[in-house]
Ligand binder design. Sequence first.
Ligand code: UGA
Length: 431
Amino acid sequence: MNICVIGAGYVGLITSLCFAKQGNRVICVDKDIEKVDKLNKGIPTIFEENLEELLNECLTSKTIFFTKDIHQTIRDSDVIFIAVGTPEMDNWDVDISQVTEVINQISYSINDYKIIVNKSTVPVGTQKYVKELLIRNGVSKDKFDIVSNPEFLREGKAIYDFLNGDRIVIGYDSEKAKMVMEKLYSTFNTKVVFTQPEAAELIKYASNAFLATKISFINEIANLCNKVGANIETVAYAIGLDKRISPEFLKAGIGYGGSCFPKDTKALVKIGEKNECDFKIVNSAIKVNEEQRLLPVKVLLDKYKSLKGKVITILGLTFKAGTNDIRESPSLFIIEELLKQGTIIKAYDSEASPEIKQIFPNIIYCHSLYDSLIDSHCAVICTDWEEFSTIDLSMLKKKMKNPMIIDGRNLLDLEEVKKNNLQYYSVGRGN
Ligand code: UGA
């Protein structure tokens, strides 16, 4: 099948490569010529496990090609995937202007019947909007079908998740489109859920909001654990043994970040508002997360009357391990608040995107974990990088001015910490 994917960002690139790996001929379009050139040379443009190998494998087998020429690519394709950005707006609405732009382009270039598949995360009702836009642009109804096919991949595990997902969701309103999508995904060993387009669009938001709520819930339980002397790890383990709950996403910490949960939870609240549905639970999950990510600042303020002039080390800038992505990372909010309190920030993360230097030009970026601890009054672990869980605590004690750790990801072994006699705070482990 001739497939094209519009947008070579996170979702677009992974979608292109995974369909190419399944034996399809894929053309991936992006307006950023520098990105297109790099990808055609086999140079990854995002940080992702196994990406370089897969990119080069597909380039060698000539199953993938990257281009800027959207017009010809649309004409040559049977199935067009839209995988462009849908950023958050200030009022929690979703900005779908890039989707509109692509649809206008398709309206101009379309020559015969196409299946247009939306992979971007878009508000409920977008399939209908896109259909109406094409017709308004003069495209005849028999020239296209629109399918909604949200993605459920995690950053860092994106290729694995695409090829081995728990489910594939396809929202359709034409039997012809359903058959083509069925064929396209026939090589995947994954359960396919066929449904209406509106349901498919909602499944994406509901999934992310449910997971985010699970995290905020366990974080509230963790905060109570601290007060009553229970250990959240045992509590979460025992809760998770109930198959109806599952052990996943019960890891307490300083909250969720990334480009998806914060944006999608707010978007769901907004979609609810527009449909006169007040999403009280999701709204609370958002509020809990906003407070939870500032937990280290609260601990520091309880400990020191004033933080002015204190040197604080931030260990981890990315929103989770296995990615260089810093978007909505809890560490950003912590740094921002600590700077307001007059602290001196030293930060260490060997993978964080260089963008961080534009956000915080005036903090000290260290090239080694142990250098970042020199003269520090407190180290705050913000990301679950393995390097931090294996930190040499006796070395840490020697380097720091005051050996205090706030472990925002519950990485350190409590026995080891005790042995080293450190001031130690974690999330819901009784200290
Ligand atoms: C998330 C979803 O997991 C994917 O299914 C979805 O496709 C994706 O968003 C998306 O909408 O594109 P991702 O943002 O890559 O994927 O990250 P997750 O691995 O889900 O982690 C999100 C955040 O939650 C991280 O900050 C992580 O540290 C935090 N988290 C996760 C916890 O604090 N506790 C947990 O138990 C799990």
